[in-house]
Design a protein around this ligand. Structure first.
Ligand SMILES: [Zn+2]
Length: 365
């Protein structure tokens, strides 16, 4: 009887971009604190999911490291070598703000391998849904460049794994607060992979993720960016899903939905300026599951990306995991500080982005 799969690996917690403050390594003006995306927090997130019995609803699986062949469905061989060599040296920047330690290459291969395995599992009928709680994240990693904590592009490698199993149409939905430039770049000319990103307008990378980026050549129409203004909250995210994401999916008719399920669009995240709560992510996951049920036999795979609030990330992961496992939204003692904010309602300038896409995007206009 298929159920839900949980992919994680101890070594993913051993990746560490080294001493710094926030995302900036130690140097002039920067005293040692810690860089984001080190994983006492992700380990605590998994601990919360276990403590509240939600992990018991999943089959916990240990992934294999992605092979060169799997990585090179998205990345150049030179890129893979650069990550390996930087890791073997024990540290340094393997790209642009993509610092590594000795374990990073192995951790990144395991994160990508988890994603590919989860896709094969769900597409093969082994489980109904899967969640990969992995690090390092992946959606900024371009075919030939590591970027912003991301070494290998986990969801892109997952999408290629699905194509390798014969799927004709794969949808990648990315609700990390940053734009997934790496996923977009990997598939912008591929009409068979629809990339949809809901992100904070103009945040990171600079000049990336505009409404006017709709795909290239044969891929025209298969890139859909929803850049919400800073300050968008629960209702704006749900409106983006209902008014843009769902109609696009119904037009595209994917055979699998892969979600880059970052939680850094929360109202307590230091890297973004959005207002989402654990209920937002729980509701979005439920909507994806319903949409997958309608369009592709329920097949969906969720992959962790960003999330940098030490105190709130565990609750956001619990909300995500609970929804995947068909459980109600958890009680969230942090929501009282976010739910009442006026920005939780849709504002006119946020609505304009959705209206523009509905009227102009080649897939849904
Ligand atoms: Zn992010």
């Amino acid at each position: 009887m298929p159920g839900f799969a949980w992919y994680s690996h101890e070594l993913c917690h051993w990746h560490d971009p080294g001493p710094g403050s926030g995302y900036v390594p130690v140097g002039p003006w920067v005293e040692p604190l810690r860089q984001f995306a080190v994983d006492p927090d992700l380990r605590r997130a998994e601990g919360l999911v276990r403590a509240y019995g939600v992990l018991d609803r999943f089959d916990c699986l240990t992934p294999e490291a992605a092979t060169d062949e799997e990585l090179e469905t998205v990345h150049s061989a030179a890129h893979v070598s650069r990550i390996e060599e930087a890791s073997a040296r024990g540290g340094g920047d393997a790209g642009v703000y993509a610092h590594v330690n000795y374990h990073s290459s192995r951790a990144a291969r395991l994160a990508a391998g988890a994603c590919a395995a989860a896709v094969r599992d769900v597409v093969g009928g082994g489980h109904d849904r899967a969640y990969c709680l992995v690090r390092p994240p992946g959606h900024h990693a371009e075919p030939d460049r590591a970027m912003a904590l991301c070494l290998f592009n986990n969801v892109a490698i997952g999408a290629r794994a699905a194509q390798g199993m014969g799927l004709s149409r794969v949808m990648v939905l990315d609700w990390d607060v940053h734009h997934g430039n790496g996923v977009q770049k990997a598939f912008e000319e591929d009409p068979d992979v629809l990339y949809v990103s809901i992100h904070q307008d103009g945040l990171f990378p600079p000049n990336s993720g505009s409404v006017t980026e709709t795909g290239v050549g044969a891929g025209e129409g298969s890139t859909l960016n929803i850049p919400l203004p800073a300050g968008s909250g629960h209702d704006a995210y749900l409106a983006a899903f209902t008014d843009v994401v769902a109609p696009a999916a119904r037009r595209f008719r994917p055979e699998l939905i892969l979600v880059a399920a970052g939680v850094d669009a929360s109202g307590h995240d230091p890297m973004g300026r959005m207002l989402c709560t654990s209920l937002t992510f729980h509701t979005l996951v439920r909507k994806v599951c319903d949409l997958a049920g309608e369009l592709c036999g329920g097949r969906c795979v969720f992959v962790h990306e960003g999330g940098y609030s030490a105190w709130y990330q565990p609750m956001l992961v619990l909300g995500t995991a609970s929804a995947i496992a068909d459980l109600p939204a958890p009680e969230d003692p942090f929501r009282h500080s976010l739910d009442h904010l006026p920005g939780q309602r849709v504002q006119a300038h946020q609505r304009r982005v959705l209206d523009f896409l509905r009227d102009h995007h080649p897939l849904i206009r």
